[in-house]
Unconditional design. Structure first.
Length: 576
């Protein structure tokens, strides 16, 4: 949903087949960081501006579904070209790492080879809309063969139209590697060398198997849509999602169980029934939403479920301002110690402002998951070259329910980045600053992400911050189970030296606070600083090379957790 759609609704000039999309996106469901959002476009939790709120609708023209006007991502693409586009590539690089195990003492160095075949597939046909970005990486150590591994990196989504305007199937997939023990800032560089590639954007390229957890999630969601003239639209569907996290197994058949806490799996079944009002309601938009979610997983998700019934009402005061409210009930259960049972009322109020066609600002306050919470989702174009964005939300769930929810309800741009469906702001699906916990701990979370971009003729300056506070509610793993918080941020500067040469300078910082890594000795605190400098040269339109240096320094309050690391890397990237 674009800002132009909101203005058109308020003016009563919205095209008929766009009404269902706009109704669901503006006639409000209080999402407040829902950790189990549906995979259905425009059905599960269509709170306007939320990263967990699918805002696309089958039947809306492709330029509305895929184009995020003026989004903050660098080189953000417009609508995809009609038909299918397949862009294979391969990246090969060699690195020298002077502290491969990230130790304070007894440092070990090695030469490491990274081989990354990748492919980007874009589909834009009457029956299929898709973005698929896949780039697995083979990591080969010259002297420490026991650390060899394969890291899977995937970001993909697709919508298949089975029967036009009636029957659709939504497909999604995501995979990335994150540090098992957290404490690292937002990663840079990744395994791939292709310019603009967001594959594995949260994956550090310098993790060993001792500190690497593979996360993945996949979903399929068939659903039906029927429109009752100008009165309204009914949507019904079912989704199945599978997510897992586990220690990387490398080239062997058995994983290394460096942290049983990080290992886990989750099967989720979700049913949705929704009614959204049509043009007969004028400036009012009503949405009645019933959802049921059943979890089959490890840890606190064993036998867990969630049922929510809500009635949302929105009103367009002007072309730029929409207000909304919601009431409903919820029934939620998670296992663990203690058992979590929430039977409560749900309510919310808020508003959305579209100050210009390239800006959307949503604020709200309400009660969900048994607690009061606020929501912010904003993207504001200060000038044609400068944009700021921010998002704050709360939720209840595990690491895997959060990963599953985020992956099921964000868009994927042409470079493989996960982005907010309404604002286009980048969304981090994993947080490298936090220790991986799988499904063993149930958290009440508070999350903020924000940043700014400045695009000049030959320069791109980026600021990005991510923060999450996790208060433990229940656990199935008493050892090491604790509340924690993590922050990561970066400042990056890319400069075009000449038509074929680019330089990049990046500073990042991360903090992990609260993990009781040593029971009885207090909370663990780690501050990690990193700087990266790189230069890229395009030998031909399809062949480029990179030289890169990365320095990392961690300062911890417990002996043995601090370290410094220097990594030198040379690589080539070939596109076909």
């Amino acid at each position: 949903m674009s800002a132009e759609d909101i203005r058109a609704w308020a003016a009563g000039a919205l095209p008929r087949r766009s009404v269902a999309c706009l109704t669901a996106a503006v006639a409000v469901c209080w999402i407040a960081g829902n950790e189990q959002a549906s995979a259905f476009p425009d059905t599960g939790y269509p709170y306007p501006g939320s990263s967990l709120a699918p805002a696309t609708t089958p039947g809306v023209p492709a330029d509305v579904q895929h184009h995020i006007a003026g989004g903050p991502s660098a080189q953000l693409p417009g609508p995809p070209e009609p038909g299918w586009t397949i862009l294979p590539r391969v990246d090969v690089s060699e690195a020298f790492n002077d502290n491969i195990f990230q130790r304070e003492n007894n440092r070990s160095s090695d030469f490491i080879t990274y081989i990354t075949p990748g492919v980007s597939i874009t589909g834009n046909t009457p029956s299929v809309l898709a973005q698929i970005h896949y780039a697995p990486t083979a990591i080969i150590y010259a002297s420490h063969g026991g650390q060899d591994m394969i890291a899977q990196n995937l970001n993909a989504y697709g919508t298949v139209t089975v029967v036009p305007d009636t029957f659709f199937v939504d497909l999604r997939g995501y995979a990335a590697v994150q540090p098992t023990f957290g404490g690292l800032p937002t990663a840079s560089g990744g395994f791939g060398l292709s310019p603009g590639s967001g594959i594995g954007q949260n994956t550090s390229p310098f993790l060993t198997r001792n500190n690497a957890t593979q996360t993945e999630t996949f979903s399929v969601a068939p659903y039906l849509v029927h429109r009752f003239g100008t009165f309204g639209t009914v949507k019904a569907g079912y989704s199945y999602s599978y997510s897992s996290s586990s220690a990387l197994s490398g080239f062997t058949a058995f994983p290394i169980s460096t942290s049983s806490e990080a290992n886990g799996s989750l099967n989720t079944h979700n049913e949705v029934l929704q009614f959204t009002s049509g043009e007969d309601f004028g400036r009012f938009r009503e949405l009645v939403l019933a959802t049921g979610t059943q979890f089959e997983g490890s840890g606190v998700t064993s036998g867990a479920y969630q049922y929510i019934l809500t009635n949302q009402l929105g009103y367009a005061i002007t072309q730029d301002v929409v207000v909304f409210g919601e009431v409903g009930v919820e029934d939620i259960h998670f296992s663990g110690t203690p058992t979590t049972n929430i039977q409560d009322f749900v309510w919310a109020v808020g508003g959305q402002w579209t100050p210009n066609p390239d800006s959307i600002i949503t604020v709200g306050y309400g009660h969900k998951y048994g607690t009061d919470s606020a929501l912010l989702n904003a993207s504001y174009a200060v000038t044609a070259r400068t944009r700021i964005y921010g998002q704050y939300q709360t939720g209840l769930g595990t690491d895997l329910t959060q990963l599953q929810s985020f992956a099921n309800s964000t868009n994927v741009d042409a470079f493989g980045n996960s982005v907010d469906q309404t604002t286009g702001a980048p969304i981090g699906l994993t947080n490298g600053a936090l220790r991986a916990a799988g499904n063993n701990n149930l958290y009440r979370t508070k999350t903020f992400s924000g940043g700014a971009t400045l695009s000049l003729d030959r320069d791109q300056i980026t600021l990005q911050v991510n923060w999450q506070d996790r208060q433990i509610v229940a656990t199935t793993n008493q050892f090491g189970a604790s509340s924690s918080s993590g922050f990561s941020g970066l400042v990056g500067w890319t400069h075009q030296l000449n038509p074929d040469t680019y330089s990049n300078l990046l500073f990042s910082y991360g903090r992990q606070n609260g993990n009781q890594f040593f029971p009885g000795l207090g909370s663990e605190v780690e501050d990690t600083y990193a700087v990266q400098a790189a230069i890229r040269y395009n030998f031909t339109p399809t062949l480029s090379g990179i030289a890169q240096y990365t320095y990392t320094d961690r300062v911890a309050n417990f002996p043995g957790l601090s370290f410094t690391q220097n990594v030198f890397l040379l690589g080539l990237s070939k596109q076909f």
